[in-house]
Design a protein around this ligand. Structure first.
Ligand code: M6R
Length: 609
């Protein structure tokens, strides 16, 4: 769950590496480092802390001068964040950067220790560096091949051999890696935004392939060291999309990008007023045969799946189970050839979600991936694929990825309902027409509720703990609201089905405790209001996110603060109702002095278990 980069060209390598790393800090930011060939030697500078700390160190102490090198931004797995555990790591003739986890590193460490090798750090990566050095026979490709045969786990590696000062090498298994190319220069990176300043052209490195990068260009070999040719891809994301564009943080920028992200995601999948997912490999015919659906994902993506469950069951009358990927993969789930397993993931690289996908396939289920990152592992391995077209999401807290995941869930549910004959074409057209209005509705909510949410956030700043409550779709949405708040503000929060409070949790309510209630579903609003009154009478401060229609029906004093959102098609309300919850989380984090883009202990892409 780190970011790695590499450069070969004629530019100042240290500058290029630092710039490229700045686009990967979302992958980890507890330490950073670079290594550059300088006058035939490898010069390494690394430090605990954010990339800014590395920049300061380069400016204050020493900046390697050269044109070829590798870099790393870390999310610690083995060994605490410290200077010595930071990457790059070296053996006598080899220096490497690594993203992933070497599962058999202790075994390999013992093997090397028994042969007189010693280690400076606690990392699994240093073991790989030492092993490369131990196996080195003067031929880098053979050496890398030999080492890869001994490694278990996941890795993307950037490698420099002291004897080959005109090139770097790269390989991967499980962890992502791309190879960018421009005129007389080339790059490696864990993700496309890192290279966009320099080029849009890149290759996707497949498992166990090895790339050699020189100023003459890039060559690839497979795991048998046979030369291979690869398809050149062109990124359709531009630099501006990967930058903050005038906003204080990526999180608020990405909240504001949501109307466009929904539009881009849904419009190409609508034809003649009906959903059309044929280009994703999904037809009405193919959907008819599924007996049940299991949605598997982690975090926010799983919450999008919860909304999907309510919508699919309501419209298509197909039973849906939503499972956390890390649970699904270890509990012998009941899925088979008549079932569809839907994997939702922004990054497409989440280790547990990827393992869940593989397990589902192994059990004979058909798999559908709903993924944002193009060409990611989950996208490539699933039987069917719908991309959410949210563009790069940089903030760790997922916002526009979630809203596009919801949008795809709706399109899919509509298509499935048509296939099952539970919704008529006319009704489906009506729902699609309502969905097409959602980008404007979201823009309206952003514009009209930001100030109110900003104000309410000032009331949450000193809270120790709070609750989110709702019923039905509002409950599914509360889960996401609660996660958003806790991950960026570090205030403890739970989401609860409002009707479940009386079975234990209501005992937590005490004077002044904030309770955020979502009420957008007309049939259960009276019930939710009763639950609100129950917690209010026990001292809770009520923040109510509800439709304007609901707000009009409220008696004075039911809520302390009300955020009204326009009433629209009720099934689609999570798309607009999530917006105030996101903005509330953002401003609460700001008020508490937190960096909402890089919450502590988290990383954007969770590529380890
Ligand atoms: O990349 P994924 O969608 O698979 O990531 C899953 C979760 O780690 C992710 O949704 C996480 O919960 C969010 N970043 C929280 O905002």
């Amino acid at each position: 769950m780190c970011g790695i980069v590499g450069y070969v060209g004629s530019k100042d390598c240290s500058d290029v590496l630092v710039n490229a790393l700045s686009k990967l800090e979302y992958r980890g930011y507890d330490s950073a480092g670079i290594a550059v060939f300088e006058n035939g030697d490898i010069k390494t500078v690394k430090t605990q802390g954010k990339l800014k700390d590395l920049e300061d160190k380069l400016a204050a102490e020493y900046k390697p001068q050269g044109h070829i090198g590798i870099g790393h931004t870390r999310w610690a797995t083995h060994g605490e964040p410290s200077d010595v555990n930071s990457h790059p790591h070296s053996g006598a003739r080899v220096t490497i950067v690594h993203n992933g986890i070497i599962e058999n590193y202790l075994e390999l460490k013992e093997f090397l220790t028994a042969r007189g090798r010693s280690f400076l750090s606690e990392t699994d990566t240093e073991v790989v560096a030492q092993l490369l050095d131990y196996e080195y026979n003067g031929n880098p490709l053979e050496t890398i091949q030999k080492v890869m045969q001994q490694l278990k786990g996941s890795f993307a590696l950037g490698i420099m051999f002291r004897d080959f000062t005109d090139r770097i090498f790269a390989t991967r298994r499980e962890s992502p890696l791309i190879v960018g190319v421009a005129e007389n220069e080339c790059f490696i990176a864990s993700d496309v935004p890192a290279i966009l300043r320099y080029t849009r052209d890149y290759y996707l490195l497949e498992h166990d392939e090895i790339a050699t990068l020189t100023t003459e260009g890039v060559s690839f070999v497979d795991k048998h060291l046979r030369p291979i040719t690869k398809e050149l891809k062109t990124a359709d994301w531009d630099m501006e999309a990967a930058e903050k564009g005038g906003y204080a943080h990526f999180m608020i920028k990405e909240i504001n990008e949501q109307p466009e992200a929904i539009r881009t995601t849904i419009m190409p999948r609508i034809r003649d007023g009906l959903p059309c997912l044929e280009e994703c490999g999904i037809t009405v015919e193919s959907l008819k045969r599924f007996r049940s659906i299991t949605i598997v994902a982690c975090g926010t993506a799983m919450h999008a799946g919860m909304v999907g469950k309510y919508v699919i069951e309501d419209l298509a009358r197909v039973p849906v189970v939503v499972d956390i990927a890390s649970e699904f993969r270890y509990r012998n789930p009941i899925v088979g050839k008549d079932d569809l397993v839907v994997i939702i993931s922004q990054s497409g690289e989440t280790a547990d979600s990827l393992a869940a996908l593989r397990l589902a396939k192994q059990k004979g289920a058909t798999t559908l991936a709903i993924v944002n990152a193009k060409g990611s592992s989950i996208a490539r391995e699933a039987d069917m694929l719908i991309y959410t077209l949210a563009g790069p999401e940089i903030a760790v807290a997922s916002t526009k990825a979630y809203i596009t995941q919801l949008s795809v869930m709706y399109l899919f549910a509509f298509e499935l309902a048509l296939a099952k004959g539970t919704v008529s074409a006319a009704e489906c057209k009506r729902l699609i027409a309502a969905l097409i209005k959602m980008p404007d509705a979201v823009a309206h909510v952003i514009e009209n509720c930001e100030e109110k949410c900003k104000f309410i956030a000032t009331k949450l700043v000193n809270a120790d703990s709070l609750l989110y409550i709702g019923r039905g779709l509002d409950y599914a949405l509360s889960m996401e609201g609660s996660l958003k708040l806790k991950e960026v503000s570090y205030i403890h929060s739970e989401s609860y089905a409002a009707g479940e409070l009386k079975h234990g949790t209501i005992s937590l309510i005490e004077e002044g405790m904030p309770v955020i209630s979502v009420a957008t579903q007309t049939d259960v609003i009276p019930k939710t209001i009763s639950n609100i009154v129950e917690v209010k009478s026990r001292g809770a401060k009520i923040i109510l996110v509800c439709t304007d229609a609901c707000a009009r029906g409220l008696k004075d004093g039911v809520a302390d603060y009300v955020v009204e959102i326009p009433h629209s098609e009720e099934l689609l309300m999570p798309i607009t109702a999530v917006v105030p919850l996101q903005i509330l989380a953002y401003y609460t984090a700001i008020n508490r002095g937190n960096d909402p883009d890089k919450p502590r202990n988290l990383a954007k892409s969770v590529t380890v278990e």
